[in-house]
Design a protein around this ligand. Sequence first.
Ligand SMILES: NC(=O)C1=CN([C@@H]2O[C@H](COP(=O)(O)OP(=O)(O)OC[C@H]3O[C@@H](n4cnc5c(N)ncnc54)[C@H](OP(=O)(O)O)[C@@H]3O)[C@@H](O)[C@H]2O)C=CC1
Ligand SMILES: O=C1O[C@H](COP(=O)(O)O)[C@@H](O)[C@H](O)[C@H]1O
Length: 448
Amino acid sequence: MAIRLSACSSSSATFFAPSSFCHETETTLKRKNFGIWVCQNNSNFHENKRFELKASNVHPLKAVSLQAGAPANSLATERVVNPVQEDCIPFLETVKEESTLSIVVVGASGDLARRKIFPALFALFNEDRLPENFTIFGYARSIMTDEELRNMISKTLTCRVDKRENCNEKMDAFLKRCFYQSGQYSSEEHFLELDNKLKGKETGRLSNRLFYLAIPPNMFVDVARCAKHRASSENGWTRVIVEKPFGRDTESSRELTRGLKQYLSEDQIFRIDHHLGEELVENLLVLRFSNLVFQPLWSRNYIRNVQLIFSEDFGAEGRGRYFDNYGIIRDIMQNHLLQILALFAMDTPVSLDAEDIRNEKVKVLRSVKPVQLEDVVIGQYKGDCDGNTSYPSYTDDMTVSNNSLTPTFAAATLFINNAQWDGVPFLMIAGKALHSKRNQSSIQACSR
Ligand SMILES: NC(=O)C1=CN([C@@H]2O[C@H](COP(=O)(O)OP(=O)(O)OC[C@H]3O[C@@H](n4cnc5c(N)ncnc54)[C@H](OP(=O)(O)O)[C@@H]3O)[C@@H](O)[C@H]2O)C=CC1
Ligand SMILES: O=C1O[C@H](COP(=O)(O)O)[C@@H](O)[C@H](O)[C@H]1O
């Protein structure tokens, strides 16, 4: 994502590199291993608070700790702090324990698992951020051998931090820890088979299990039930990660929460919006609250409008079964862009703890005026031909019905009904199959 600021009277735009967001004499910017920039601020903004974002379940915000021994069931842990990092912020602390971590990627054959989850797990492994004893199981209905899963995964693994680096040995070691189990998402019998396979790999005194649900949301509750009844850890923690969208409207969202809570307690559920883990989204907090220069400018007095843009240069591409039920507004605007809007417009939180940040976000969201129909444009991409290249239309996709009216493009203007932002339009634009891939937030600045 790029953050762009431009002046009202000028057509030129200024781009800020992340390092220029911090005041040099007062703030140092440290790059953490997992691609997270953290500002350690020596100014008087929460001077006695370390810049550690924590979720309500006491985990670093948006970064699920895969280390053993988090407080869910008060397991004793031994913390090992690397001395050279002592002044750094412990986003993912190293914890040493006699335990095994099993990560089950449910929906392992799908797009999210292939493009994001396995590569992210490898990145953690590559940086020695997974516990010593860990195993990864792919689970889905598709029939696959362990070897076929490994082949599939290996195509998307990269030495992410430095692509020139050779990490082939690490990749091989990682792939050897990956296994596959085929099964239905609602079959307790199949989860029992999975449980047996997991037990076969679990060697430590404690066995922790993490289920990452990379499947359509209508399967979440079935999986939670089967995991709870047949594949929960007997002596460690069991946690479940679910990806947005959490339902398609208020009622289905509440129903999903009710359904999950039949089988899981709140501190076992981790809700993920992966865009919040993007470096520049995280930097928005740093940009806003660690730079004294921005504080007085952050209001209707100096900001004429805000533009939040998310565009992709590819279309549904086989994901129509999911996407066609949701559309671009539910897929991107309601979560990714609205989160950015909230981070952008919220008031200064009492602290950087997740609860305090969330409270401020909620205040802003409550102040958003209902969107007016005349402030919204929607569309769906059509087929096109450019020389020898032809681009299919949305409804050409095999996974989309021929008469679908689902929007793949939307632009909407939102207004926030409070003194700070009164009259400032927040323009959100999101679309698939557009000219470029872009994730950008811009503000146009001016004095009134
Ligand atoms: N892809 C992405 O970039 C992102 C996805 N998400 C969310 O992650 C989840 C998974 O997304 P994604 O991987 O794209 O989805 P996919 O459509 O690729 O589905 C994942 C897997 O689920 C199984 N599946 C698909 N459709 C059904 C169905 N109707 N009934 C039962 N099983 C089905 C398939 O496995 P099999 O047939 O082998 O069982 C498939 O490989 C969704 O909730 C999505 O909203 C969130 C953010 C980004
Ligand atoms: O959540 C989603 O995000 C992806 C884009 O994520 P990115 O990190 O690859 O930019 C989007 O393609 C998908 O439709 C949506 O569900």
